[in-house]
Every structure is written in C-alpha cells, then in structure tokens.
Write a new protein. Sequence first.
Length: 181
Amino acid sequence: ELLSDQARTKFRHLDTVTVKGSSVKQKIYTYDSRHKGVDFFLFERSAEDADLDAERYAPNIFHTDMDLRAMRQHVSDEFLDSFNRGRDLYLAGKWEQAAKHLRAADDIMVETITEEGFMAEELNEIRARTNMMSAEDAEAEETHLRSEMGDGPSRRLLAFIEEHGGRAPPDWRGFRPLTSK
C-alpha cells in the first residue's frame, strides 16, 4: 500500500499467513533479484551521481535502471504466470493442481538461469571435475547447484503441500497459520 502501482508490479505475492497469536491475514511478498552471474553497476558512477539519482527517484526506475533490470532478467513472464497460477490454486485449496504449476515454475527458473548463463561458471567447474568423480558424486553436485538455481518460494510451497500429503486439509481457509514467531 505504501508503494506506487509500478513498484507493486515488481513484487511477487508468495503466500498468505497468520502470525502466531493473531487472526489477521498477512500477505507475504518478495522482490525477485539475483546477484550470481549478474554484472552489477553496469554504468560507473560516482557517489555524488548515485546520490543525485536517488533524489530524482521516479516509479519507472524498475524499467530504466540498468542494474535493477539486470538483477531481474531471470524473472520471465512464463515463470510468473506459472507461479501465480500455482499460488492461486494453493490458496484456493486445489493443492494437486497447484503443485503442478509450482513445479513448472521452479523448472522454468532453473532452465532460464541455465540457458542465460547466470551459473555457467559454476556448471563448467562441476563438469570439469566430473572426470575425477564418480557418476553419483557428479550427479549430486550438479543437483545441489541446480537447487541453488531454482525458485525458493515455489519449493517452499511445494514442501508445505507435501508435508500435508498433497491435499489441503478439510478446514483450509486460504491462508497458512504460522506456528512460531
């Protein structure tokens, strides 16, 4: 509510929860950005210029600032559509369908990061070391690296769904009560 409409479009609604001891529903959001594999500060600027830019802030900064754009280039419309559909189905209690969309969102994120070369250096290091490893160890290392590439919020919602057997409880009301502060 404190952000401009343009700024709000850059935040992703992850889940709706109630905090322990409260019945007030709170939406949880994130701003997706990635630092690995991104060339930061594409334009050299002095501290004074950075201060001037901050003073001239405008809501369209998310579209005009090259650093902000670079940090978000892994967030595709396809990914957001899949995640948002999965989240909406999750909140509606349709967890089996939600899980399919959330898995797809996670896969899209991994594919995008791999194809765009954000983790190319790390993948190349693992592939170079695979000659010295057993096939199992090489696969485990690549799986671990891929887990760093995926979408944490999609995976967290999937874990929550799986913890409950893949189906919303009968008393599901579209939010998750947190059990600790």
